[in-house]
Ligand binder design. Structure first.
Ligand SMILES: [Zn+2]
Length: 204
């Protein structure tokens, strides 16, 4: 019989979607050893005890944060990436609400990541520039990346990951790998950075 291996998330998503309960040991045996640096399967990592531990660590680190004398001469700006508003039903919220929330959280820069759909242009139909003193930078969550091209790429086509990265970076755009909790073996060549945390981590 031919051996078939499934990507980890497909296996996890299929299990969650169908509501099947399978012992973790059975799961592990079914799809072979875990990838490098992994101790648990995605299903195991989503158990509430482990999510709570992540949350506790995060708040512990937050408590150790303290003001330091700025000797670099640089100004510290508070920026948020991977932000959704007015882009799809499942994310909810509007950009006006986002603006109000940014004031409340004392955020200086908001980097938007629209889900792409329909006729909308995620650059031309979004916000770029200052609104009430907060800098907005439009972008997309697309092809597994947080992408911030410097101008519209509507109508452009690409046939590979490398081509997409190239299109985004033209004329000074930036691109980051997103949802690394799902992509443990994706290459990072050509990227400006990777997302290291998003609120999927907190979902219980
Ligand atoms: Zn997202």
């Amino acid at each position: 019989m031919k051996a078939v291996s499934f990507p980890l998330m497909s296996a996890g998503a299929a299990l969650i979607g169908t509501g099947l309960l399978i012992h973790a040991g059975t799961l592990r045996a079914a799809r072979g050893p875990l990838g490098p640096g992994r101790k648990y399967t995605t299903v195991e990592r989503m158990q509430s005890g482990r999510l709570r531990a992540v949350h506790d660590d995060r708040t512990k680190i937050e408590r150790t944060r303290h003001e330091v004398a700025d000797k670099t001469g640089y100004t510290d700006y508070r920026a948020v990436m991977h932000v959704h508003a007015s882009d799809s039903q499942h994310t909810g919220g509007t950009r006006a609400e986002l603006l109000a929330a940014a004031h409340k959280a004392r955020v200086d820069i908001v980097m938007l990541n629209d889900h792409i759909g329909g006729d909308r242009d995620f650059i031309a139909d979004s916000w770029r520039g200052f609104r009430e003193g907060i800098l907005f930078i439009p972008g997309a969550e697309s092809e597994g990346f947080l992408a911030y091209p410097s101008s519209s790429i509507k109508g452009r086509k690409w046939s590979s990951r490398e081509e997409y990265i190239q299109i985004i970076k033209e004329r000074g755009g930036n691109i980051f790998l997103s949802h690394v909790e799902e992509k443990l073996d994706w290459p990072v060549q050509g990227l400006d950075g990777i997302e290291i945390y998003n609120n999927h981590t907190d979902e219980g």
